[in-house]
Design a protein around this ligand. Structure first.
Ligand code: SF4
Length: 399
């Protein structure tokens, strides 16, 4: 199970002014750290300023959505979390002995001597120290592999860093392994079962998206250290319980497609400074907790603050973002074309609302100059639709 980085996510290159601004937006609440899951979700909707701001400021989206009366049905049960932790402990016990056995089986050959280093035991274990130690270990392993020296190493609790739209994010994959073939593999330990060689496709897809974030960050780290990023394999190792027992099994998952999507979407993320410049300077999502910690801010006031940051709802948000139910209600209120999904919205070429679309299709609204082409297409479709309906009605009448 991937852990959250323990400390705030903002890294050294950020400007002090922006840090203060993000603190004001968050209010007196502890920052919620980015994870590979949140990066994957952010990259899945790069046009959404609301999510970008909330994530950069470490705003607790779940608490906000709950207070707005639109809680998202996400999150693991206590039982599932306990089970996941127990499984991870089993795989990592005795210096990852079980994991090493699985890797030997999976790679189908002797992976040779493999050292084990737990980065969590780094002296002065702040995140900077842990990230520096991770960099040092991976750089040395990459050099040894390039020189043909024995380089097998299992790095437990590594800490990677990634720039997401101008925000430095710390990420903690489960384990990174360098094996005899001289390539690094990200290892993802998950507690969902592989039964008869098959796992729930949605869970595998989510694990692949998260692992792709780690692969991307690891390649960036090697590139920054002057090593070849291609040393990081696009095949990640997925470790899950086998069948209905708690026995671990390992399999490769190819994340090339997820990597391509992630790289494209990360490049499209608007720099957070540009979004902040467009927002009122005193905007805050402070829930104003009372003495018992419960929010005292009127929900309507909070909703007004949230609406100041433009959102870009898509039906996919329902499975990736805690704000989805609020944003969907807002998109419904506006009768936004966002409700129809990204493909339809993009095909409608910038028409923001369903009444605008219907107005053009039915000829009730004169198109603006840049709407002439889409208006022609909509009228054509509307005519075909009306003719088809008329034909169907005549057939019913004859019958
Ligand atoms: S649910 Fe709302 S905030 Fe989250 S990504 Fe979608 S539109 Fe953005």
């Amino acid at each position: 199970m991937a852990r959250r980085a323990a400390a705030p996510r903002r890294g050294p290159p950020q400007k002090e002014g922006r840090v203060n601004r993000l603190d004001v937006l968050r209010g007196p609440h502890p920052a919620v750290d980015h994870t590979a899951r949140t990066i994957a979700a952010l990259a899945a909707n790069p046009g959404c300023d609301r999510r970008a701001v909330f994530d950069a400021a470490g705003v607790d989206k779940r608490a906000i959505a709950r207070h707005l009366g639109h809680p998202a049905p996400f999150g693991q049960s206590v039982f599932a979390i306990t089970r996941a932790r127990a499984f991870e402990r089993l795989v990592k016990a005795d210096g990852c002995a079980e994991l090493l056995r699985l890797l030997r089986e999976l790679f189908g050959r002797d992976v040779g001597e493999v050292g084990y280093v737990d980065v969590a035991e780094t002296e002065g274990s702040g995140r900077e120290a842990r990230h520096a130690r991770t960099r040092e270990l991976l750089r040395d392993a990459a050099r040894a592999a390039a020189d043909g020296r024995p380089a097998g190493v299992l790095v437990d609790h590594p800490l990677l860093r990634l720039d997401a739209g101008g925000t430095e994010v710390y990420l903690e994959p489960d384990v990174i392994a360098l094996q005899a073939g001289g390539r690094f593999h990200v290892i993802a330990i998950k507690s969902f079962a592989i039964i008869d060689g098959q796992a729930e496709p949605a869970q595998v897809a989510a694990a692949a998206r998260q692992a792709a974030v780690y692969v991307h960050a690891l390649r960036a780290l090697l590139a920054a250290e002057g090593a070849d990023p291609a040393l990081v394999a696009h095949d990640v190792v997925l470790v899950c319980p086998k069948d209905f027992a708690n026995t671990p099994t390992a399999t490769f998952v190819d994340v090339r497609q997820q990597l391509a999507v992630l790289a494209r979407q990360l490049a499209r993320l608007t720099r957070i400074d540009r979004i902040l410049d467009r927002l009122p300077p005193d905007l805050t999502f402070d829930l104003r907790p009372g003495p018992d910690g419960a929010p005292t801010r009127p929900a309507a006031d909070l909703a007004r603050a949230v609406r100041q940051v433009p959102a870009r709802f898509a039906p996919e948000c329902l499975s990736t973002c805690d704000m989805a139910y609020f944003c969907r209600a807002e998109a419904r209120e506006r009768e936004a074309t966002d409700m129809l999904g990204r493909a339809v919205r993009d095909a409608l070429g910038g028409l923001a609302t369903i009444p605008e679309v219907l107005g053009l299709a039915e000829g009730a609204r004169e198109p603006a100059e840049d709407e002439a082409e889409i208006a022609d297409r909509l009228r054509l479709v509307h005519r075909f639709y009306a003719e088809a309906l008329g034909a169907a009605a005549r057939e019913v009448a004859v019958a």
